[in-house]
Design a binder for this molecule. Structure first.
Ligand code: ADP
Length: 478
């Protein structure tokens, strides 16, 4: 899941910080592992080579000591008159015995003075080596491939005389290399797993580090004009603190702006109320004194304007008061009761228009956690519109269940192109402009819907012929 999320983010054009951190961490680590591995393998192969050389040297020295000893023994056992040639023959015998008796695959050549006394059968065609270590290639034949050999040559004097006894000890280099290879493989093959282990550890570490960033970004995404609560600084990582503080500063600025706007609306509404009340009083006074139809006609349109302004001011005040409510406290409410209460309040209008009310509800109570004053206002506005725009003697359809509230009427309805615009402040559809209204009611409804996390939609008529407003209590609704 996480990998998929990272991949999809990467493909959307935004660069992933996790990926970047992992790459920046892994490249030097893998480089270091490779360098350290190469150095370790080189040093180890050098040391093993030295050990093999040491062993070759030791073998040659042991063989030489053995031959020297055997030669001395034979010399003592036989009569002192025995000639040097006889002793040399003894030595050849001993040497060939070593090869046949031990059944060893050791290859060596034996010299006394400058004379080659004995050469192991396989080493007959080998070149003569200089003292110390030597490498040479034995040319291959039709059956055998050419082979590399290493030789150690050492010299010592015979015990009875100064004649040098000389041994060349041969070793097959390919065999040595094979041995070194399998030794290195057994020792260093676990290194191959190291990058994967490092990758896993780095992945885990980076994801853990990013977790706090995710928490902060989730907290920021939860903020809106209706939720300007500051993000807690306590417990934040030092690196994230400046971001959190900046976001909090921004939230404080937005809150101040929103408060100023609300305050202005509130003040303006208050200031406007007084002159409107005076206009209404004057209109009534003049009407009492005048019966002239021309003047009463003017007075009627003056009254309409004053009523409209008064309605507008009322809505503005409601909007300002609701939005300046510092805490939207939610309590458990019975929606069925709330709708019934609003229907009771609006019953004079319903009776006046001779409407039939059809109220369908799943059960007698629908419990919901909500802010009572604003939810009542939302229901009131939707019902008022459904009554106001309904046809005379039409039906007011209300359906309520635990997931939605549907309010429908038989009025002119809402055109598809106006379906989203009706929630904008001061928007009034062209086909209903003749009716009294301010264009503020549905923007209030939308605000209430938003602060509760609900969804509101204008859907195609299902029972009536007019508008069909549906409030879904679950915001996830499409
Ligand atoms: P007002 O009703 O005061 O004009 P609203 O914000 O409540 O303001 O509604 C905005 C507009 O949406 C209305 O002017 C009207 O054009 C349209 N509207 C709202 N409810 C209905 C409805 N039930 N039937 C038809 N049109 C509606």
């Amino acid at each position: 899941m996480r990998i998929q999320r990272l991949m999809s983010r990467a493909s959307s054009g935004n660069r992933s910080l996790t990926r970047r951190l992992l790459i920046q961490l892994l490249i030097p680590v893998l480089l270091l592992i490779s360098i350290a591995g190469c150095v370790a393998i080189f040093v180890a192969s050098q040391s093993i080579n030295t050990l093999f050389d040491q062993q070759l040297k030791n073998n040659a020295e042991i063989l030489l000591s053995f031959l020297q000893y055997e030669y001395a023994e034979e010399g003592q056992n036989n009569s002192a008159a025995e000639s040097g040639d006889d002793l040399s023959e003894e030595l050849v015998e001993i040497a060939s015995e070593i090869e046949s008796r031990q059944g060893l695959s050791i290859l060596y050549r034996l010299r006394v003075g400058n004379t080659v006394l004995y050469t192991a059968s396989q080493a007959r065609s080998f070149p003569s080596c200089s003292p110390g270590f030597n490498d040479f290639e034995k040319q291959g034949t039709a059956d055998l491939p050419s082979m590399m050999w290493r030789c150690y040559r050492t010299t010592r004097s015979l015990l009875q005389s100064d004649t040098p006894l000389d041994v060349e000890f041969f070793e097959h280099v390919t065999e040595r290399q094979e041995a070194i290879k399998s030794l290195l493989l057994a020792t260093f093959s676990p290194i191959v797993l190291l990058p994967f282990v490092v990758l896993l550890v780095a992945w885990w570490v980076v994801l853990r580090g990013m977790k706090s960033l995710t928490v902060v970004s989730r907290a920021v995404s939860e903020r809106s004009v209706n939720n300007l609560n500051r993000i807690p600084c306590a417990g934040q990582h030092t690196e994230l603190l400046p971001i959190v503080q900046s976001v909090n500063k921004l939230l404080a600025g937005i809150e101040l702006g929103v408060l100023r706007e609300k305050q202005f609306t509130d003040d303006a509404a208050h200031e406007l109320r007084t002159p409107i009340t005076s206009i209404k009083m004057l209109e009534q006074l003049i009407r009492r004194e005048n019966t002239d139809p021309a003047i009463t006609g003017y007075l009627d349109s003056l009254k309409d304007s004053a009523d409209h302004s008064s309605l507008l001011i009322d809505q503005l005040l409601k909007l300002a008061r609701l939005q300046s409510t510092q805490s939207i406290e939610k309590t458990s409410l019975d929606l069925y009761e709330l709708v019934n209460a609003q229907l009771g309040l609006l019953s004079p209008l319903i009776t006046n228009k001779k409407l039939v009310v059809q109220f369908d509800c799943d059960g007698r109570s629908i419990d919901i956690d909500a802010h009572e004053p604003s939810l009542s206002l939302m229901i009131n506005n939707l019902l008022t519109n459904a009554i106001k725009f309904n046809d005379r003697q039409g039906t007011l359809y209300i359906s309520l269940n635990s997931t939605s509230l549907r309010i429908e009427d038989d009025g002119p309805g809402i055109k598809t192109e106006d379906a989203t615009r009706v929630f904008d402040r001061f928007f009034r559809a062209a086909n209903t402009r003749a009716m009294q209204g301010t264009g503020l009611g549905l923007s209030l409804v939308k605000w209430v819907v938003d602060i509760h996390g609900f969804t509101i939609k204008v859907e195609a008529p299902s029972k009536g012929t007019g508008a069909n407003f549906v409030v879904y209590f679950n915001a996830e609704q499409d």
